[in-house]
Design a binder for this molecule. Structure first.
Ligand code: R1P
Ligand code: GUN
Length: 323
């Protein structure tokens, strides 16, 4: 058969049609996969966890605190605690990192109604960015309006020292530069708009109050306001990577926080965050020091009382918002 430039036999046409048809099906399959609604991030799926918790907690939590590595002690501030293991909550992820207990704790502090995540989820554990952020949506369904997010981080800024607190004024989401985002995929309008701003992501009023709290506590030499950068991990940065982070304006590097903040902002929560500086990022090939997770945990333990007090005082000063 003559078809324009080419001549085909009937047999060849059958083979070509077969290949086109097969490719069409494969393409459709991929299109379906990337277009498919992420069921585990959908309202229906998350409602199950929210219903389970709502049936057992006699108040509406207004503030969520996510405890970073070793910072689980922040939940000790709470009175009238009601505790759940992540593994017992339907459709809730489980955490696998040392220093993250895997418990959800409800309670009150200075009349504020709080829920504390003692243990978070990380991208390096193999979770999708959406799975990492599912607790935010579940707790939004329960009534949460504000987020205090904490983490352990290495200092890129050479003026910072181990034991300092860095109030997060902004972040750099290195994963987003590669097109990875917890909100990629169809937008769940129930939670928020498709496109949303992040230039005022970290609540300026909460930052102002937190700085006042730190001043009153007499730790003005031990806190900073800076930029958090998400490096996926699980390795700590190479020297060249630390130098790049510095050039790009990052003050502290960690492996968490940003997925939760993005999803919290998308669903309209106020966000306050801080990094606890557990180690210095190494800028120089001659330095014999190497960061390691045991030292990260040790650094947090040494200052845990100060950090607990800082959070308790911040809640005391802002309690009207979380009643
Ligand atoms: O961000 P959090 O969970 O506080 O922990 C930080 O500390 C761990 C590395 O020591 C990593 O998990 C990093 O993200
Ligand atoms: N990426 C990163 N995460 C950390 N978490 C605690 N310390 C560090 C660090 O130095 N780098």
């Amino acid at each position: 058969m003559q078809t324009g430039l080419f001549e085909f036999t009937t047999g060849e046409i059958v083979v070509i049609c077969y290949i086109i048809d097969k490719n069409f099906h494969i393409c459709r399959k991929f299109a379906k996969m990337s277009d498919s609604k992420n069921e585990e991030f959908s309202l229906d799926y998350l409602q199950k966890a929210a219903d389970y918790l709502r049936n057992q907690v006699p108040f509406t939590p207004k503030l969520l605190i996510i405890c970073g590595t070793g910072l689980g002690g922040l939940s000790e501030n709470l009175q009238n605690q009601i505790e759940f293991n992540y593994k017992d909550i339907p459709n809730f992820p489980v955490s696998n990192v040392k220093g993250h207990a895997g418990k959800l704790i409800f309670g009150t502090l200075s009349e504020a109604k709080i829920v504390c995540m003692k243990g978070r989820f990380h991208y390096f554990e193999g979770y999708s960015l959406q799975k990492i952020a599912t607790p935010i949506r579940i707790l939004k369904l329960l009534g949460v309006e504000g987020l205090i997010v904490t983490n352990a981080a290495g200092s890129v800024n050479e003026d910072y020292k181990v034991g300092d607190i860095m109030i997060i004024k902004d972040h750099v989401n290195f994963l987003a530069f590669g097109g990875q985002h917890p909100l990629r995929g169809p937008n769940e309008h129930f939670f928020g708009e498709r496109f949303f701003p992040m230039n005022r992501a970290y609540d300026r009023e909460l930052i102002r109050i937190a700085k006042e709290v730190a001043e009153k506590m007499g730790i003005s030499d031990d806190y900073h306001e800076g930029v958090y950068g998400l490096y996926a991990g699980p390795n700590y940065e190479t020297v060249a990577e630390v130098r790049i982070l510095k050039m790009l304006g990052v003050d502290a590097a960690g492996m968490s926080t940003i997925p939760e903040v993005l999803v919290a902002k998308h669903c309209g929560m106020s966000v306050f965050g801080f990094s606890f500086i557990t180690n210095r990022c190494i800028h120089c090939y001659d330095e014999p020091d190497e960061p390691n997770h045991d030292d990260v945990l040790k650094a947090v333990m040494e200052k845990s009382e100060t950090v607990k007090k800082f959070v308790a005082n911040l809640i005391q000063e802002t309690k009207q918002r979380w009643k």
